[in-house]
Design a protein around this ligand. Structure first.
Ligand SMILES: NC(=O)c1ccc[n+]([C@@H]2O[C@H](COP(=O)([O-])OP(=O)(O)OC[C@H]3O[C@@H](n4cnc5c(N)ncnc54)[C@H](OP(=O)(O)O)[C@@H]3O)[C@@H](O)[C@H]2O)c1
Length: 267
């Protein structure tokens, strides 16, 4: 059971279904939301033996993963990074994208009941277009794959992706810009977009004031180390947030937080 800490006065509730009830795919406007698990000192990833930043094994857990899957179940499209596919090709990324595998098969039934496609489509942010073609092919049968890139992207590389059925979209001059991202997602008729990339894609959405919700699991543990990623990066203006919900998971020792941002999309 989860113990709700905010809003106050709610009864304990089961973990399963805790995020499905939010109906993120049924909001009035396109909803762009992100989700992270972090240690109490803010680490979302640490280097593994090969030097690749990965989610620390000491904080990753099945109960948080259930809620990750529930957020994915509500998505029309998942926003991710080129680096994710590079890590996937090297075998050091979890295969995060298919929802409803194994223990989570109920979520496939739920998606069908909600009138959602079996699997969400995929948007990849990239400047370099250094994305192994092979890593995309398994997804193409079931899902539309879009790459959002800047005007500076190499045209020959663009064509190589188009030739295998990936759709390319220019979404900024030298880097992908958040406003263009929202416009393109709306144009493509998506209503819920789940951002599962790391700090750079997150920062892009935050500084462009296009992120609507942040789901942040705080794992009750301190990890230390100086070489780490947090949920954002580099210089940026402060982004005030409003706490929407907070629940304690005593079984695993973690707190599930949900924040909203009042930005240009809610003006
Ligand atoms: N704990 C958690 O919940 C959690 C969640 C997500 C990720 N992570 C960790 O975070 C680490 C980093 O994730 P990530 O690699 O997905 O990180 P990221 O920092 O968001 O993505 C980096 C890549 O995305 C592309 N990119 C980002 N912003 C862009 C922009 N504005 N315009 C164009 N391209 C842009 C670039 O690709 P190109 O280089 O191709 O140009 C860049 O190299 C991962 O190793 C993962 O372990 C943890």
């Amino acid at each position: 059971m989860l113990v709700p800490l905010y809003p106050v006065g709610l009864e304990p509730c089961p973990l399963i279904g805790a995020y499905l009830k939010l109906k993120l795919h049924r909001q009035q406007k396109l909803l762009i939301y992100s989700n992270y698990i972090a240690s109490m000192d803010g680490r979302i990833s640490l280097p593994n033996a090969q030097g690749e930043q990965v989610v620390p094994a000491s904080i990753a857990n099945k109960r948080d993963w259930r809620l990750y899957q529930e957020l994915a179940a509500q998505a029309d499209v998942m926003l991710t990074s080129a680096r994710y596919f590079r890590q996937l090709a090297k075998g050091c990324a979890q295969d995060l994208l298919p929802v409803g595998q194994g223990d989570y098969a109920d979520l496939l039934v739920w998606r069908a009941e909600q009138g959602l496609k079996t699997q969400a489509d995929i948007v990849i942010f990239s400047r370099s277009l250094a994305i192994p073609l092979d890593s995309l092919e398994p997804y193409l049968a079931q899902r539309n794959i879009h790459i959002f890139c800047p005007e500076t992207a190499n045209k020959d590389k663009c064509k190589a992706f188009q030739d295998i059925g990936v759709q390319l979209h220019i979404a900024g001059k030298e880097a992908v810009q958040a406003k263009e991202v929202r416009q393109l997602l709306e144009h493509l008729n998506y209503r819920s977009a789940y951002m599962i990339a790391g700090p750079e894609v997150h920062r892009t959405l935050l500084i462009g004031k296009q992120l609507d919700r942040l789901f942040l699991t705080q794992y009750l543990s301190l990890l230390g180390q100086n070489n780490f990623h947090s949920i954002t990066t580099d210089a940026m203006e402060a982004c005030p947030m409003t706490l929407e919900s907070m629940a304690l998971d005593q079984q695993e020792g973690q707190v599930f937080n949900q924040f909203s941002f009042c930005n240009t999309s809610c003006a």
